[in-house]
Design a protein around this ligand. Structure first.
Ligand code: IMP
Length: 195
């Protein structure tokens, strides 16, 4: 079956395509002719993920899934959360976001944080959500050059390296997005005879 992944991020697409196998033909937003910016105006990660999937389904009538991710820091009452992409304002800058985060956490002993991803799948107008979470904490200085976003300051629980010090495969095996993708893949495979 053909499924749209509501993203234009080639890395994410490659990762999920490898997990899904040949039974599913994956298309990007551009692949279905969707070139507009999809609104992300809800105030939760789950809400934004649903909004993106709903946009594709209602405007293009294509089965699809959409993901949304946020970093939740306990000492900041869950911030940056749904604002993770634009924490330090426009234009989006990973460096400025990380700098602001470290500044806001200066002198705070509680460094607990988690990444949360919600994927919303819509097939024939029926919606299902899958969540992936990874617990960890925020370091006081960036470490590592791999990955993106907050990876250099996020150290997952049980590891002595940040996400930015791990290979893509290593990170995907334990990450928020990897876990949510695994649930999505298991769901699709369990139903693939129906599609
Ligand atoms: P998105 O919903 O995947 O676009 O993620 C929103 C924002 O969260 C991104 O702009 C990044 O700042 C941050 N983010 C998402 N996933 C990751 C990750 O795996 N590592 C580090 N930061 C991430």
């Amino acid at each position: 079956m053909t499924l749209c992944f509501a993203t234009n991020n080639a890395n994410k697409l490659r990762e999920i395509a490898a997990m899904l196998g040949e039974r599913f033909e994956l298309k990007t937003l551009q692949g279905i002719g969707c070139f507009e910016e999809i609104p992300e105006t809800r105030n939760t990660i789950a809400g934004n993920s649903h909004q993106k999937a709903e946009h594709v389904w209602t405007h293009y009538g294509v089965d699809c899934f959409a993901d949304d991710t946020g970093l939740e820091v306990d000492a900041l009452d869950g911030a940056p959360g749904v604002d993770s992409a634009f924490y330090a304002g426009m234009p989006r800058s990973y460096e400025r976001n990380v700098a602001l985060l470290l500044n806001n956490l200066k002198g705070r002993p509680d460094r607990r944080a988690r990444f949360r991803t919600v994927i919303t799948l819509v097939i024939g107008g029926e919606y299902t959500a899958f969540e992936g979470v990874v617990e960890g904490h925020i370091l006081s200085e960036p470490r590592g050059v791999e990955g993106f976003g907050y990876d250099p300051v996020f150290q997952p629980e049980g590891y002595d390296r940040t996400f930015a010090e791990m290979s893509m495969e290593e990170k995907a095996a334990i990450s928020h997005r990897g876990r949510a993708f695994e649930k999505l893949v298991a769901f699709l495979k369990s139903r693939q005879d129906q599609y």
